[in-house]
Design a protein around this ligand. Structure first.
Ligand code: SF4
Length: 164
């Protein structure tokens, strides 16, 4: 079963995706993950009432405005924006599958004072089906994919696992 986390990891690192799926987790040790959560929480404390958490069973949307069918994500840095956009596209896709139409998304980067608007087109829907097939392929590999060094590695929760 695909989740938003697996979609995000597909866009970051196939090794990380495989490790996460096989219940090898190190996020609880990560200052980067904790800081990201803190930014999200402090930003939304000021306007919490507008946003509702949606639990979709295998994936969770932290902030959904049911009046405008709008999803928001809050992120620390724009460096991994392609993965953030993929995550929000996936949320829209899941909501559409549940019968919620005309959903849009916004990604906020409070530190940069920027927002990115996200919409799902027919091309995007096809793209997501391709991502799901690729996730299936990767998680069914018999062995963890080899490490491919990226600029992102230093901020990855698995850094010690891969490099030390
Ligand atoms: S440290 Fe780098 S190679 Fe290892 S899981 Fe993280 S992103 Fe992937």
């Amino acid at each position: 079963m695909t989740s938003a986390t697996l979609i995000t990891y597909l866009h970051l690192c196939h090794r990380k995706l495989w490790l996460h799926h096989h219940h090898i987790r190190m996020e609880h040790n990560s200052d980067t993950v904790a800081e990201g959560k803190l930014i999200g929480e402090s930003t939304y404390q000021r306007r919490a009432k507008k946003w509702k958490e949606l639990d979709l069973g295998y994936t969770k949307v932290d902030h959904f405005d049911p009046h405008n069918n709008e999803i928001r994500e809050v992120k620390k840095s724009r460096k991994l924006e392609h993965a953030h956009v993929a995550q929000v596209k996936y949320y829209i896709y899941v909501l559409e599958k549940r019968g919620v139409q005309n959903v849009t998304g916004i990604i906020e980067y409070p530190k940069h004072r920027k927002t990115t608007k996200v919409e799902l087109t027919d091309i995007g829907r096809k793209e997501i089906e391709g991502w799901q097939a690729e996730i299936e392929r990767i998680i069914n590999l018999a062995q963890c994919p080899d490490m491919v060094k990226k600029s992102y590695c230093r901020n990855c929760a698995f850094y010690d696992f891969c490099f030390v």
